[in-house]
Design a protein around this ligand. Structure first.
Ligand SMILES: [Zn+2]
Length: 385
């Protein structure tokens, strides 16, 4: 059995009103229906949740960070303890990122050369080195269902020469990542870079798509670009992959409004820390907007965060109780808020998939945009390339 089998169950309509598609990604540890959102478990845990909580949000696949797990507790230790699934007791699919983003963006010291990146640990300042071969070896030891090729991301607004240099190196590292990859039960995705430059983005899309990866990551977005710039980059890149049978994964995007627009443009997979991070700050997502649960007015509110929400917080507790927990800095606040925002996000993906399945996504966009908290202003039509 191949490490990844992707089936498009409902292709986009021929009239070009949307590039959204319904898919089914079969991996070693289970099946992922797409379009899909992956909660992030940076340190082999989705912060504040246990594996049962994560499943109850509707998550079928999570992301774990290679850079963090390499530094602590160490990939070799995880391997000795039976691999990442066993270690964190998560029996559904896991995707590991390549570590490229963290190595390039988080390290104090980072020196990129043709062979790899030397960086300093954010934990203790010790010096480390990642090469494409090492990033693959770490992910093989962790034993994720999907590994990702090592790349050199740059912020979208970087000067063209910087983007061109990093993109060319990402291509050479993609080939080295493929050559180094041994595990036949682990899928390997490649990463497209190219920033916001149309020529570089198109060239990178064609190059990465020419290699025998199991999926295509769209990198270098969800950074400092505007939503319009992101839409333009997707309107350029996705049509180049039209006939391509592999899943497309836009790394780092997480607000419901952004997810919707990217699905509409043909993206199948997403990950982000955003729903969980804002939850821990007391920002709770509800249809049409958000509640800041730290606001005084909730202290006397007996209603659930969201009527009808099946999450742990909404089934059992009031806004008043959760508002109290946040004010008292109680740990349960983080768990309940995270359960809610992830449930909201994953339920939103269920609604998007239902609309695609019914062939009604273009007609449902205004309603879905409202639910996501972005009012429909007529913008956001898919442009053909
Ligand atoms: Zn809820």
């Amino acid at each position: 059995m191949p490490a990844a089998t992707f089936t498009v169950e409902a292709p986009p309509p021929a009239d070009g009103t949307t590039r959204a598609r319904l898919g089914r990604l079969e991996l070693r540890s289970g099946v992922v229906e797409t379009p899909q959102f992956m909660p992030v478990g940076t340190n082999a845990t989705v912060k504040a949740l246990d594996p049962d909580d994560i499943k109850a949000t509707g998550a079928t696949i999570i992301l774990a960070n290679t850079y963090h797990l390499y530094l602590r507790p160490g990939h070799e230790r995880v391997e000795r303890l039976g691999g990442l699934h066993r270690f964190m007791d998560w029996d559904r699919p896991i995707l590991t990122d390549s570590g490229g983003f963290q190595v390039v963006s988080l390290g104090d010291l980072r020196v990129v050369d043709e062979d790899g990146v030397t960086f300093r640990s954010h934990i203790d300042g010790s010096t480390h080195r990642f090469t494409p071969e090492h990033a693959i070896a770490v992910q093989e030891a962790l034993g994720s269902d999907v590994a990702v090729a090592f790349d050199q991301p740059v912020v979208p607004s970087s000067p063209r020469a910087v983007v061109a240099d990093a993109t060319a190196r990402t291509h050479r590292w993609a080939e080295r990542s493929l050559a180094a990859h041994r595990r036949e039960d682990q899928a390997l995705f490649g990463i497209v870079q190219g920033g916001l430059d149309p020529e570089l983005r198109a060239e990178s899309t064609r190059f990465i798509a020419s290699l025998p990866f199991d999926g295509i990551c769209i990198g270098g977005l969800a950074g400092d670009e505007t939503p319009e710039q992101r839409d333009e980059a997707l309107d350029l890149a996705i049509p180049l992959l039209n006939a391509d049978p592999r899943p497309r994964y836009l790394m780092g995007l997480g607000s419901p409004a952004d997810l919707l627009e990217a699905v509409h443009r043909g993206v199948d997979l997403f990950d982000s820390v955003l729903p969980a991070r804002v939850a821990r700050n007391g920002q709770l997502w509800v249809p049409g907007g958000r509640l800041n649960i730290r606001n005084k007015r909730f202290l006397d509110d007996p209603a659930p965060i969201q009527d009808g929400c099946p999450c742990l917080a909404c089934r059992r507790f009031s806004r008043a109780y959760i508002a109290h927990l946040f004010r008292a800095d109680e740990l349960l606040a983080y768990r309940l808020a995270t359960c809610h925002n992830l449930t909201f996000t994953l339920d939103f993906m269920v609604r998007i998939r239902a609309a695609i399945r019914a062939g009604t996504l273009p007609a449902s966009m205004p309603e879905l945009r409202l639910r996501a908290g972005r009012s429909s202003d007529g913008a956001g039509a898919v442009k053909s390339a």
